[in-house]
Design a protein around this ligand. Sequence first.
Ligand code: GLA
Length: 361
Amino acid sequence: MALCRRHGDRGDCVSPARLTAFAPGRVNLIGEHTDYNDGLSLPFAIQPGVRVAAEPRDVHDVVARALDRGEEVSVPLSGNLRRGDGWADFVRGAVGELEAAGFELRGAQLEISADVPDGAGLSSSAALEVALCLALLAIADIPEPDDRVALAQMCSRVENNWVGAHTGLLDQLASLLGQAEHALRIDFRTLEVRPVPLRTGAWSLVTVPSGERHSLAASGYNERRHECERARAELGLDSLREACLDDLDRLPGPLDRRVRHVIEENARVDATVEALERRDLAAVGSLLDASHASLRDLYDCSTEAVEQTVARLAQGGAAGARMMGGGFGGHVLALLPPDARLPHDARPVAAAAGARLLGSE
Ligand code: GLA
């Protein structure tokens, strides 16, 4: 342990010489494109994620190295930061948003490693934002804010303001609040988060790559969000959470289809919670299928590669399969009954704990 003398009259405090922050990726069981419409989702944190190892540095900057790319970026502290390009914007954004929130950071050397694939719909971006923020706070000896919802909001500003994807809060909340063996029913209108036991017994949840990467900033994601905003304004509502099926006649295409998806997807989240509570996994499978059909036909965010993967899983005996996250490529989630054969490229996923410091030396 090295001593830190930043707290002046309040005496010495002990600051770790090296620490590692870990933030998990997530699977969203159901409730897609609902978060930015004040709706409902049911994600869970998974075991793969992003690790950020941090050491204090005497220079007043943050030097971050992405181990898988062999690339390094240096970001000045208390500087006039601007958006740049690529993964370095996550580091600029984490520094920029933490400082804007009033945190007094200190120089740090960071090493970033990940075992959650990017472009998969498993929220590698949110995991990176969360792990960076936790590491930068801890290495500056700043206690983590009690309110993890507020921390999730700050991490999401990194994504919105620096990376350029106008995403909602789903991924950051799942990464920060995840609990082993539970999915989280999130109500984005009240930000109430309720853990729901995810008891799958002999059934398995797996993810399967479609072979196509997705990128939120470069896909139709921002356009979908904009369409929802137009529909909300046209209906004169505070959010699409208040929309009902009768409203659809008042909307031009494709806004009517987007809103129908949001209304019905919210209902599917609560139907899934109820099915899990009565351990009716066949019903969960049907809800996953219905969610996928809606994302494909009403929200128009599927691709040929995703469709082929979903069809292959259905033919192989999956009880349900659907695209995950923003769509437009990425991995497919499937629910397999006890007797189904595990596809060669499937990875079982289970609900795991949320972001944390892994310990210090
Ligand atoms: C991405 C975004 C989330 C959410 C999903 C779609 O994962 O980051 O905020 O909108 O897409 O449900």
